[in-house]
Design a protein around this ligand. Structure first.
Ligand code: PLP
Length: 414
């Protein structure tokens, strides 16, 4: 991924690795080589501590009590929202909705933005490389409203066909929902171009940023999208917390999705009035500790520096691509010129699941399967792939360990 070379000073890998306690684990008597960061990254001690400290010293429910703990919890929770706002460069904390993760964020948009607006003949444009989280919620809202799904094709490298995309935009298109980075292939989409084209037609846009925010700086205002979604657990934060960014004017016009406590101003049996943004979309007690610790994860990542992370991971990706390409019988699936730091691959005659099991015996954790992107597997005519996905705490020595373990697997299975 592109990085600003001026701020791309080398990382202090030893120090960084010490910050992540789990990285010193042994798995089956071997040092852990964790290469499944695309599924979920690991947490630094600071994040684990933030959650602990929150529960040990500050926990109470938010936005409700006048007592000290409730105010402390509220300040921490709202402080985390401000950190997310800064991280995405959103204009206001009103635009930052805490959700469970990317999946919930997209469902919220499909149901609260899409369902009341869409009708028969309307079209939603997605791409072929989407995660199921950015396919199924749109299919569901299509079933509910009579709208239809249009899918932009990809080529054999895993690049989305921009001209075909332009050809699909028309008076019936209501929403463009696209990944920023493909989890199955690593392709980085030029989302600025996609969003700009949609905006010219007055079409709403959603960007699934689950695989992008851990690897590159994201500025929602310069992107110009209406919605941007990501998950905390892929950004070195807790599970069960994520973010939906929505432009204030757009969120304002949407009805709430779920009803309950905190999302209301007044309730009577005759009539309920809804709370201001962003609380209108945060029904019930939120994952307070998760949000607070997500704020700490953002501090941590900013401390390391996203430009330095991008530059370091680009080096890891080049090294991994070179070493894996030299493994006999191995084919890389996803060879777009712009890729995030992950490599999907298949090996002749070896099922990825068998590969994953043998690698685990060597302490190497990779993901095997369809990566919640079955249409991508269909496109490349493979049932599954193996995927090594890197974080800034991974090393070239770990990539060497992966290649050695693959050699062993080939001897056993080939
Ligand atoms: N979108 C992409 C591109 C993903 O990679 C993932 C998770 O792997 C998701 C959405 C769903 O994220 P979550 O399961 O955290 O909601």
């Amino acid at each position: 991924m592109a990085a600003n070379p001026k701020s791309a000073a080398p990382l202090d890998l030893e120090r960084i690795r010490r910050d992540f306690p789990i990285l010193s684990r042994q798995i089956r008597g071997k040092p852990l080589v964790y290469l499944d960061n695309g599924a979920s990254a690991q947490r630094p001690s600071a994040v684990i501590e933030a959650e602990r400290e929150y529960y040990e010293r500050h926990h109470a429910n938010v936005h409700r009590g006048v007592h000290t703990l409730s105010q402390e919890a509220t300040d921490l929770f709202e402080g985390a929202r401000e950190k997310v706002r800064g991280f995405l460069n959103a204009a206001s904390t009103k635009e930052i909705v805490f959700v469970r993760g990317t999946t919930e964020a997209i469902n919220l948009v499909a149901q609260a933005w899409g369902r009341p607006r869409l009708g028969k003949g309307d079209e939603i444009v997605i791409t072929w490389l989407e995660h199921h989280a950015n396919i199924v919620p749109w299919q569901q809202v299509c079933e509910q409203t009579g709208a239809g799904l249009k899918v932009v094709p990809i080529d054999r490298r895993g690049v989305v066909d921009f001209d075909a995309y332009l050809g699909m935009l028309g008076p019936k298109t209501r929403m463009v929902a696209i990944a920023h980075v493909s989890n199955a292939l690593g392709t980085v989409l030029p989302v600025e171009k996609f969003v700009a084209a949609a905006r010219e037609h007055g079409i709403a846009t959603l960007v699934d940023g689950a695989q992008a925010v851990p690897h590159q700086r994201v500025d929602v205002r310069s992107l110009g999208c209406d919605f941007y979604a990501f998950s905390g657990h892929k950004l070195y934060g807790p599970t069960g917390i994520g973010v939906l960014y929505g432009r204030e004017e757009v969120l304002d016009e949407m009805p709430p999705w779920q009803g309950g406590g905190d999302m209301i101003l007044t309730v009577s049996f005759e009539r309920t009035t809804y709370n201001h943004l962003p609380y209108k979309f945060e029904a019930g007690t939120p994952n307070i500790a998760g949000a607070v610790a997500l704020g700490t994860a953002i501090d941590y990542v900013e401390g390391v520096g996203l430009d330095r992370i991008a530059a370091y991971e680009a080096g890891l990706l080049d090294y991994a691509t070179e070493r894996l390409s030299a493994v006999p019988g191995l084919t890389i699936v996803g060879t777009a010129p712009e890729k995030a730091s992950l490599v999907s691959f298949v090996i002749d005659g070896v099922h990825p699941h068998d590969l994953g099991t043998i690698l685990d015996a060597e302490g190497v954790a990779i993901r095997t399967g369809h990566h919640c992107a079955m249409p991508v597997m269909d496109f490349f005519e493979v049932p599954a792939t193996a995927r090594a996905s890197f974080a800034f705490y991974n090393t070239r020595a770990e990539i060497d360990a992966l290649v050695t373990a693959l050699g062993r697997a080939r001897e056993m299975l080939g």
